[in-house]
Design a protein around this ligand. Sequence first.
Ligand code: NAI
Length: 397
Amino acid sequence: MANKQNGFRILLLEAIHPGAKDLLAREGHTVQLESHSPKEAELVTMLQNFDVVGIRSKTQITEKVLQANPHLLAVGCFCIGTDQVKLDQAKRLGIPVFNAPYSNTRSVAELVLAEIVALSRQLGDRSMMAHRGEWMKSAVGSREVRGKTLGIVGYGHIGSQVSVLAESFGMRVVYFDVIKKLPLGNSQQLETLEDVLRVSDFVSLHVPDTAQTKQMITERELSQMKKGACLINASRGSVVVIPALAEALKSNHLAGAAVDVFPVEPSSNNEKFVSELQGLKNVILTPHIGGSTEEAQEAIGIEVAQSFLGFLKNGSTRGAVNFPNVDLPILHDNSQRMINVHQNVPGVLGEINSIVSKFGVNITAQGLSTDSNVGYLVMDMEGRAEEVSNLVAGLKT
Ligand code: NAI
């Protein structure tokens, strides 16, 4: 590792929120903030001068980039997805990859609440008509949400926030989750997905993208929903069969839908968006903006910067997506902390300990966490600086 006293050199790409730079700089690190997303060749060269890199979703940390920069200490994805990083290879090189899975939870929950009210009042259609110069003042089909039942599918970070906000609107909340979850407020966990679909006036999906949730909502599930109910999907595009949803809306079985995520989404703002839901009555379509707020961007910046600090200061890998997660106490003043990443094969720890005793260094604390491929060892040691640096050199050989 580079000398901690002088701080580390951190490159933040793709206009990461400046709050991240401020936080890292306050802790004595040298931070360079760039707004662009370098291509592979540029990145290979650029990273030679940095210890840590932060990216968003566009920059690709490929095998070639990692191979050319094995000195990197950590990679941070200032977003949720980590597909843009070769995670296995980073792990083999001992580079933990961090992300920010929960910084936009509240933003998604607020959008869902807005959509429940908007669907209840056919707000999207009324607004479009008014824009076109049509005056449609009518109460038919417009309802308050107070006293209505919201069914939440997936009672995790977002689902449970939606639950709290919906109750403050006076809604009754029921939910289905594959895990037994503590009900917040007066909400109630039901046994099956069907139980939730049958009683809800609004169904909001908040499940992850897994084999079990792929096409979870088909024609069958839609037919189990109450006539006149509305469906909201701000989870993942693979969860709902879109042609079946379009059919349920056209037949007036459902009164409306709000969809933020799609099976196929344009890769940039310049690409055309096509969906079978376009042009249908009381259907709100949004371009995957559930988590896209300025507050979420700032929170993401702080969340990943804090992961960097925890790792660079203490060796904590909490939240790393490709590494054994170790959350460590703050280092004692008289000690030095050494981090070692090794292949998880039998006998490594014994070998390391015998090297340590050879160099006359006293181990004050030791922790090891492993997964099927790598072992992550943290040792706090007391010894003269020379002994410790001899030991580090000895372990490298
Ligand atoms: P989370 O992991 O906190 O919660 C997911 C919940 O779903 C867990 O309680 C889990 O037990 C439950 N679950 C898993 N499989 C299930 C199944 N088959 N049936 C019922 N419940 C099941 O996730 P979080 O943070 O609440 O995110 C939820 C979804 O929202 C994810 O798909 C995420 O990608 C998406 N998301 C969308 C955003 C947007 O911009 N629209 C932004 C952020 C997240």
